[in-house]
Write a protein that binds this ligand. Structure first.
Ligand SMILES: NC(=O)c1ccc[n+]([C@@H]2O[C@H](COP(=O)([O-])OP(=O)(O)OC[C@H]3O[C@@H](n4cnc5c(N)ncnc54)[C@H](OP(=O)(O)O)[C@@H]3O)[C@@H](O)[C@H]2O)c1
Length: 256
């Protein structure tokens, strides 16, 4: 099918090539700046623009990969009604399209995308929502890049997005804080990389609740106290440490 990609950022940079590889024709890439549109378009060997008024009007699907807060303004700028339009956000409701766009939907890939990382869409869940069966059928064609396509309404998707933030964005911040602490000792994050990997791998086949370890889980008050002392000059990390340790203690209760 003929697809116009609206956006040339982290997600569009992965989605475009995956859709093309699956036999779809990327008609044009739009981005706010000409430079990023041109770069992705060169990779996809297609046209590009930074002007909404230059968009072709006859494509089958217009896929929006724009920052969430930008979507409503972009839709207002669109002077024609596309055959089908979908956004890719985890948290923006389908109702953003309101009544103006009859064939509209959501195409939310549940993964973290960064420009310099390779991803395999086959294993990435794609959450679909559509305003009608015809749109759903069309979005399913595009979502065939994945083996894991899930239909989900806006309320459920928002909750899923919240969990995605919890499992991805928060641990990543903790990795970064740990990296800073290691640097204070002139040590490298390489020391922790096997541990980070094992933490993620073990929950692939086990419930996270059963995999919890550490001083708070063991009720080891001495170690908790000595860690807090190490963080006496670092209020931010100390607050996070205390909150997470307390949460573990509350979740598991006193040791028998
Ligand atoms: N990245 C992820 O991990 C991920 C995962 C799942 C879903 N999503 C969803 O995908 C969508 C795009 O996210 P992203 O991470 O790909 O974003 P991004 O890397 O920041 O790229 C955003 C794109 O939108 C353009 N843009 C930025 N600000 C704009 C503005 N004020 N007006 C018009 N265009 C603007 C950028 O243009 P220029 O580069 O030309 O400035 C770029 O083409 C979001 O809805 C997000 O929720 C992202």
């Amino acid at each position: 099918m003929k697809i116009v990609l609206i956006g040339a950022g982290n997600l569009a940079g992965h989605l475009g090539p995956a859709l093309k590889k699956n036999g779809h024709s990327i008609e044009m890439v739009y981005s706010r700046s000409k430079g990023s549109a041109k770069k992705l378009a060169a990779n996809l060997k297609c046209a590009f623009t930074s002007k909404v008024t230059d968009l072709p009007t006859e494509a089958d699907l217009y896929l929006l990969a724009l920052p969430d807060h930008v979507i409503p303004g972009f839709l207002k700028e669109l002077s024609f009604i596309p055959a089908c339009i979908a956004h890719t956000s985890g948290s923006v409701e389908l109702s953003v399209f309101r009544t103006r766009f009859k064939n509209c939907g959501v195409f939310y890939p549940l993964q973290t995308f960064s420009k310099n990382r390779k991803v395999d869409f086959k294993n990435i869940p794609i959450c679909l929502e559509a305003s009608n069966p015809k749109t759903l059928a069309l979005l399913k064609k595009a979502a065939a890049i994945s083996k894991n396509v899930v239909r989900m309404n806006s309320a459920k998707r928002k909750k899923v997005h919240l969990t995605a933030v919890i499992v991805n964005n928060f641990p990543n911040l903790l990795f970064s804080l740990a990296d800073d602490l290691l640097k204070e000792e002139k040590l490298n994050l390489d020391l922790l990389r096997p541990l980070i990997l094992e933490t993620a791998l073990k929950v692939q086949n086990n419930p996270p609740f059963q995999m919890q370890t550490g001083p708070a889980r063991r009720g080891d008050a001495e170690t908790l106290k000595s860690h807090r002392k190490l963080l006496s000059d670092n209020k931010t990390v100390k607050d996070i440490y205390n909150l997470l340790s307390k949460t573990i203690e509350n979740k598991y209760g006193p040791l028998l």
